[in-house]
Design a protein around this ligand. Sequence first.
Ligand code: SF4
Length: 279
Amino acid sequence: MVESFEINRIKSRPHLVDLQRTFMPVNLISELTSKCNLRCTYCPKGDLNKDAWNGAPGRDMHMEDTALGRYLDLVRTLEFGQIQLSGVGEFSFRQDWVEVGKQIRDQTRSKITLVSNFARIFSKEELDFLLSLFHIMVSIDTSDADLLKKVRKAVDIRTITTNIINLRARALATGRAMPLIKINATIYAENLRHIHELACFAASVGVHIFQLARVGGLSEANEFPHPITMASAEDAAEALRQMDLARVVCANVRMQYTEVGDLRSELVRLSQPALGQAA
Ligand code: SF4
């Protein structure tokens, strides 16, 4: 956080401007709340009593008014490529999220993005705010309603689907463009065989981008779900096959297909015994 008097001091001393530019972050990720309405089993927020991380100051609270005021000074003063309205936590869990979101949006020329779980039905006012964003990433790991509920607890896939459809309907009703909608699927051992079906689900609800990534920081000691390193070679080989099918589904409906990080290389490594047997 850069305080406003610091920004003014830098502005009034031109020899510091280059330094300001040099160290200027390209994008800004903003944790306007660290509270979340969900308790996903692979997230540090899954069990607030589980580890010390949750006990650290600020790990389960909305950004306080004083800090929010300074934050607004920052986004008013500096321009970023993108401002993401979420860190770990669910921005829409703040009662005043639309009001705060509009304040940020109206004070910057930066593109505004959001990661949200879409786990409750949004009102028209909320949909209108969402329509003003550049990009929204929604996390769905599987289109299997039972597995989704087991991993992400309070999530119902029907709620996510309804929100996406309502957003599209609201865009049509108000003559506005849809923001880019990305479905992000975090991959673990138990959903490796769900990738193709999930891509078909994403295609049928008309999102723009389908992204696959490993669940970050998931330990082998986690009760459920398990990291892909615990998957069988057959499951890893099947996941690779399904990723290729998902790519074809995406191409057919002109939806962008993206893999993030080392998901594919790790699956290739894990599948070697199975590929060896097949040969
Ligand atoms: S929705 Fe996101 S922040 Fe909330 S518990 Fe799940 S993974 Fe964590």
